[in-house]
Design a binder for this molecule. Sequence first.
Ligand code: 26V
Length: 822
Amino acid sequence: NIQIEDDRTGINIETLKRAFLDNLFYIQAKFPKISTKNDYYMALAYTVRDRLLNRWLNTTETYLEKAPRTVAYLSAEFLLGPHLGNNLINLGLYNVVKQAMEDLGLSLTDLLEQEEEPGLGNGGLGRLAACYIDSLATLEIPAIGYGIRYEYGIFDQEIKDGWQVEITDKWLRYGNPWEVARPEAELEVKFGGHTEDFIDEHGRYRVKWIPFKVVKGVPYDTPILGFQTNTANTLRLWKAEATESFDFEAFNKGDYFGAVHEKSESENITKVLYPNDESYEGKQLRLEQQFFFVSCSLQDMIRMMQVQNLTLERFHEHYAIQLNDTHPTIAVAELMRLLLDEHGFDWDKAWNITTKTFAYTNHTLLPEALERWSLNMFGSLFPRHLKIIYEINSRFLDEVRIKFPDDFDRLRRMSIIDESGERYVRMANLACVGSFAINGVAELHSELLKKTTLHDFYEMYPEKFTNVTNGVTPRRFMVLSNPRLANLITSKIGDSWVKNLDDLRKLENFLYDTNFRKEFHKVKQEVKQDLANYIQTSYNITIDPNSLFDIQAKRIHEYKRQHLNALHIITLYNRIKANPNLDVTPRTFLFGGKAAPGYYMAKLIIKLINSIADVVNTDPDMRDRLKVVFLTDYNVKFAQRVYPAADLSEQISTAGKEASGTGNMKFSMNGALTIGTLDGANIEIREAVGEENFFLFGLTAQEVSQKKAAGYNPWDYYNSNPELKLAIDRISSGFFSHGDPNLFKPLVDSLLYRDDYLLLADYQSYIECQDRVSQAYRDREKWVWMSILNVARMGKFSSDRSISDYLKNIWKVPSVKVDVPE
Ligand code: 26V
């Protein structure tokens, strides 16, 4: 029964093998005998890419022809993670390709491991953008993601002597088979210089921007497939290059060196991702990055409308642009400039279009993360935009004056220009004024925005404010990362849950099925064994899959309180030392996460965890009871191994500080129970899974702010709690630092003299809660029961639901079916 299929599109197993060998030969220029693992990976990546091009091109063509209303998601970060496995899942080719590779003597798992992930983001915000473009494609929404093609993504982490060391992430080293450069669609972006006023041929006042330099933006496109749909949207990332015209000018002046210098200066713009998360630095290059990708993206949208013969008067009908935090907010001024200066609109018309186009998502309440740019720097880079912002501000403040007469303090607070000392442009204020919708990322966060950070804007424009609780894609974080669990679920309730995560609720029908509970437990144990094997091979540390896997994996930050977790470990250690026969529930503590390179305290927390690990893991009294492992270089690829293996998920931020969290969701939908505060999306997760299936501790956000207002004194807790005192004293005595009392002094002092994040206030509640966790884990039947309920009730936290909320309440963009001819 011979089947003839196209080598580029066929999905029959023999065709796949032939296509794979063909790509190995003709693209990698290798045959099996001399191929490296990477050659095999590349050959497979191209084989898969061939099979999605049909959908991608047909999607693009459909959008070009039908010119549907489109979501443009503007984000300085897209933390995508590896593409190959995800594309195999979404194409429905995972199993057949696995078999094809086996037939050729290769392991698909090995090849998947080979992919160098695009780490074009820091953490939550960037990963959220990646989940959202996945859901947009799955829901068949015309959408495009716009961002920056960083040559170096988030640094790779190494641990040397317990300290974090940063290594540049050369993710493009071996080539990127998933992107297509589109040099024919390059655009120009201006920087610096000055403006000139003039009267045009119709006698109208106009402004011309004469830049100091011009940089070229080259788009690199990556297809983003939906799950089991024909839709493959585009992620368009911009790379900065030097313009030829500038090179020529310098050449003509005989300035060869200058020309080459100019070229590398321009290319610096997209060289590297800033690795700070949640703390703002007023670096000029960062502002240049932001403007660069925003200007390219807006020009690209305008050009697309022109190709489609659409009038720019309807720009806001054609595009809904989401601003992922304030990073792309200069778009408000840039769209105004494009409409006013380049397309001849008058102010009122341009402003009407602009404010009907943008919507702004806030991702943090931390004051140190709010972006503000020194006015001098801003004005010298973007003289025209500063003028536009002045005009926006002056008209806006007139509005405020009318609504709140003579409230001078309010005017001062709401002004887009901060004039309290050195002058700044406040990006959150510009985003609020220039957008028709403003949202936080979890219920509590959205409420706190209205009450605190954006209170004035809420009073001015209450109708703009909404909440959209974050979500995560079940394709990557369940189906791909946890196939054992996914298969078990599907064997019971079918596979509709992958697209309709609420269907997981059907699992509750199997709660009373002993056999199902056994299988569920078996899956968890197997997945834990997988992680244990990995840790054995990579760290030469043996961990016991029968112990409770207690995991905290996220960026290292004081507000996330990894050091509170550390205090718990020390407390258990002290208890066992005091009573070596103590009957403890064996636990394995796993940590993962990167610290911003300039964040000293976060780096010290990493050193502390590693130091505790050294002591705990070598003390014979701790054998078979406590183990501590810091997992190096936590990234998306690693995360996919970690979430499925957790018994306990640590979500222990100071209440009111974590805007939402998304790791909390990924753990829980893989059956981990959460120990957490009433913060961010924890609150909604607890509501969904049931309070009896969630370990709650700690002060509420309100209690935190009251306590601070009343004059919080950490010493009161230290002096009155012997276990707490002993734990802290163990750190300060040098017990974990080979006798050096100075090593952790800055950390201990920050707790005793400031404790901004209330670790000491929450310590007792946390320890008692952890004791309940240990008790609960002893009743494994009960634990499995709670774990199943966590999975069954997490439907709300699919990013499909988040995207549906955005569509219904903000974007109002209908779906479009794409036909792909066979
Ligand atoms: C700020 C900055 C400051 C300048 C340098 C680069 C940079 C990069 C990122 C950020 C913002 C970080 C904000 C952030 O990641 N927020 C997280 O967003 C998640 C998705 O909404 C949310 O789940 C987390 O709770 C929140 O911390």
